[in-house]
Design a protein around this ligand. Structure first.
Ligand code: ACM
Length: 496
């Protein structure tokens, strides 16, 4: 009996020889109201069937048991019905997502095969990141990306809210940011920003899909836009990093895609007051436990001042009752707040100091989020001739390369327990729309989901590229009905 094709691969799947459930409009759904609504909507999108809610004893019964590992669920399907027991609301939600993948259509209608699944995530942090700074993306694009990510059992949305090209969130404490620093983007587009209400709406939509928003304000580098609003805080551009050879000018919007030329004045009291205002207000707006303060590619910042600055900002965030996250370069700072999380973005084989910097977070009681750029940066071209994307992370990233890596093999000396999770960033230098996001993210986002959720490579027969390739190909019809415009990657044999 072959296992049903599920992505990310569950912890344990036992197919049975018994007949599956014929899914018709006569089926009913009972149990947890949120899960009932989510399942009815998913089934309606996938099949057109309008399953009726029942007070109890439904064909499909959805229960939160309150026992078991966080986010885990048990799913039993046979000809009589489907029962999902979630340890918590998130676990039940993930069981519902699994049902969405189990539904198979044929000439006679819709079936869910007979199966027993015991599933729980490998890592507690399973993230996607969207860069809304290079190109601004409106609330409805962000919520659509939340829907896509949640369906693959991701539970964190990292929003990269500021960069050289624009500042994307309204803050009452610093009104000039939205007013003066948000009106541009790569290529000179119109830019934009989220009002505080917009941001709250994103947070609420994420929460309804069991996702936590992780806001990032990048500093001390990637801050050219801050200088449009508060010129005294920003140093003059220091390095000719723009690919067209033009050094950005202080006080003028930057519309290119160079990096590493900007810095706040890290030792200035006015910059510390700015960071305090920004992270205090962001902490107030953000119910989740994390605030990300960037710290990457501050190439023009004096090293000692950089170290003192990132240590100070990590302490500021910890003092606000949040857990700081920084890109791995901040591991160079001796005095980071204990417990600061490091986000590793070097390659699967670490370059230069990246592994040392990553280990430094662990040595200070923090853990790591792994985002190896040559595997999980979704903005890399999937093939050399792909119209969107970049290639700096070791050339085009095929679906196979996106799949073939193991989190515990990246940084020597970093064990399973030192890893908080896996995150797949999508930078938006070439990404203007939801269609562009879909075109780059899919299907590689599913490979990242498997690295984040599924048991380690080598521990299950099906945790292989060959199996993944076959399983992901069967998701085509579901993704199409969810409105996802994924490209027909030639590496995958898609079910039509
Ligand atoms: C990064 O890609 N600069 C974190």
């Amino acid at each position: 009996m072959p296992s049903p094709a599920l992505v990310p691969l569950p912890a344990d799947v036992s197919p049975t020889d018994a007949a599956g459930l014929r899914l018709t409009g006569a089926a009913t759904v009972s149990g947890d109201p949120g899960a009932v609504a989510a399942l009815r909507e998913l089934v309606r999108l996938r099949t057109g069937l309008d399953l009726q809610p029942a007070p109890d004893g439904g064909t499909i019964a959805l229960t939160v048991t309150g026992t078991g590992a966080a986010e885990s669920y048990r799913l039993d399907a046979d000809a009589a019905g489907i029962r999902i027991d979630g340890a918590d609301a998130a676990g039940l939600f993930y069981g519902v997502q699994t049902v969405g993948q189990l539904i198979v259509g044929d000439a006679d209608g819709w079936t869910v095969p007979a199966v027993a699944i015991d599933d729980a995530p490998r890592f507690g942090y399973r993230g996607v990141m969207l860069d809304v700074a290079r190109h601004f993306h409106p609330v409805e694009t962000v919520t659509a990306y939340i829907d896509r990510a949640a369906s693959l059992k991701f539970n964190h949305l990292h929003l990269h809210l500021s960069d050289d090209q624009g500042w994307r969130i309204e803050l009452r404490s610093r009104p000039e940011l939205a007013a003066r620093a948000s009106g541009s983007g790569v290529g000179g587009g119109p830019g934009g920003f989220y009002t505080r209400e917009d941001y709250r709406a994103i947070v609420a939509h994420a929460a309804a899909h069991h996702m936590t928003v992780v806001p990032e304000i990048d500093m001390p580098g990637h801050t050219h836009a801050v200088g449009l609003a508060y010129p005294a805080l920003a140093a003059d551009p220091v390095r000719d990093a723009a690919p067209d050879g033009e050094l950005p000018r202080a006080g003028e919007p930057y519309t290119g895609i160079g990096v590493g030329f900007s810095s706040l004045h890290p030792a200035d009291a006015a910059v510390h007051a700015f960071a305090t205002d920004v992270f205090t207000e962001l902490a107030d707006l953000t119910p989740g436990p994390y605030l990300h303060f960037g710290g990457d590619e501050a190439l023009g910042t004096d090293r000692a001042e950089y170290a003192a600055f990132v240590a100070r900002v990590s302490g500021l965030i910890a003092g606000l009752g949040k857990t700081p996250i920084a890109w791995h370069e901040a591991g160079a700072a001796a005095d980071l707040a204990p417990g600061t999380i490091g986000q590793y973005w070097s390659f699967v084989t670490p370059a230069a100091d990246a592994a040392d910097h990553a280990r430094a977070f662990v040595a200070k009681g923090g853990r790591l989020i792994l985002s190896p750029a040559d595997a999980v940066y979704l903005d890399m071209k999937p093939s050399d001739d792909f119209p969107l994307g970049l290639t700096w992370a070791g050339g085009a990233t095929s679906v196979e390369r996106a799949y073939r890596w193991e989190p515990t093999d990246v940084v020597d000396g970093v064990a399973e327990g030192d890893i908080l999770g896996v995150e797949a960033p999508l930078w938006s230098e070439t990404v203007r729309s939801l269609d562009d996001i879909d075109a780059l993210a899919f299907p590689r986002i599913a490979a990242a989901a498997e690295a984040a959720w599924s048991p380690a490579t080598g521990t299950r027969e099906e945790r292989t590229w060959e199996s993944f390739r076959a399983r992901v190909g069967t998701l085509g019809p579901l993704w199409t009905t969810l409105g996802i415009r994924f490209p027909g990657s030639p590496e995958i044999a898609w079910t039509s």
